[in-house]
Design a protein around this ligand. Sequence first.
Ligand SMILES: [Fe+2]
Length: 431
Amino acid sequence: MTRNIKVKSTHSILVALFGWLILGTYIFYDYTYYGNRTLTHFFSFSDSAETLLHVIILSAFIGAHITAYLINERKKLLNKTNLSKLQIKQSALEWIATFDAIPYSVLLTDKDCKIIRANKHLVNQTGLSLEELTSNRKCHDTFCKNNRPNKKCPLHNKNNTSETSNYDYFDPDLNKSFSESITPVIDEKGSINSYVHVLIDVTDSKEKERKLTESKDAFFNMLTDLDSSYRDLELVHNDLIIALSNIIDAKSSWTRGHSIETTNFATKIAKEMSLDHHEIETLKTAALLHDIGKIGTYDNILDKPDKLDEKERMLIQLHPLRGEEMLSPIKGLGDLLPIIRYHHEKYDGTGYPDGLKGDDIPLLARVLCVADSYDAMISDRPYRAARGTDYAVSELHRCANSHFDPAIVDAFSNVLARSSNADSEIYHKTT
Ligand SMILES: [Fe+2]
């Protein structure tokens, strides 16, 4: 704020006029005596008494103007001082208004934690008057309800308070949580004599944080329960599949254990071919259930020691379609359906039920076909005795490209060769 302070003091004007009055009166007196020679006489120094009088009059004139000048300067100085005081007062009022308008509690303490100043928000928050707050109260007494600063409070160790520090505390009287920011006020000498505290009510955000943590914990517990339930369900599912495969194999004494053995061989081939986890698990379940379509087929056909006639063979060849049909209502087994439907397709397109050829046959169905055929060859059947493993392997190779996918036959040969070597090593160690 600026203000024009070019003012003339009334006293200075009067003093200056007084100087002019003395000088004018004497010149008038001289003029009545000496007429036109007035100025000659005024500056004549022949008579020492008159010279002294003239010096006194001139000094009085000059002195009056100097005095008038000084009076005027003094008044200017006073005006400046008053203006500065006014500006300081106005600034102080603006600062207090700003301080009181802050929507957080703000206080100023000295270095001994005594409250020097508090804003309106703090007065409202505490219910204490400004006079009560600033009447020798300590900040830790008033807010933390302790007779000294808490250990976590930055003012507990004043050496750590050269910068703004934050501190969370709970006011038991207000039942509220606060986040307090404490900033030291450093004077021009670099000393810290006071601190500005800003208190922010964080009760709502703490409550939200607590509820969020509770929700998060509840969610994790639910996930754990869900995971546990899923594992239980998975166990039940696996047990049911095994039970179902046992029912399938129990239809005939000739096929007992066939589904389990086929599954073991298929799994080994799939691992040898580095198929992924999901493919291996799908193949396992499909292998366990691959002959489910045989349920309901007349037992006398399955156990028949003679060659099947055309009608019987056609009936048997329906089992992949019947198996697909039986499992299709179960949504979770959808991936199994093409494996079960196509597990009797041949690589050269002469298989059933659709006569698919080569890579048109789903890969897992081709794997299952090799495992299924191998186990059938090494098992007793009503119409023939079990063939040896060497024979079965040579048959697989002979029928590679016609009945079987040659890459799968190679993979299975590797598995069987390793298994044979391992058996041989065990034999040598034990003999
Ligand atoms: Fe089959």
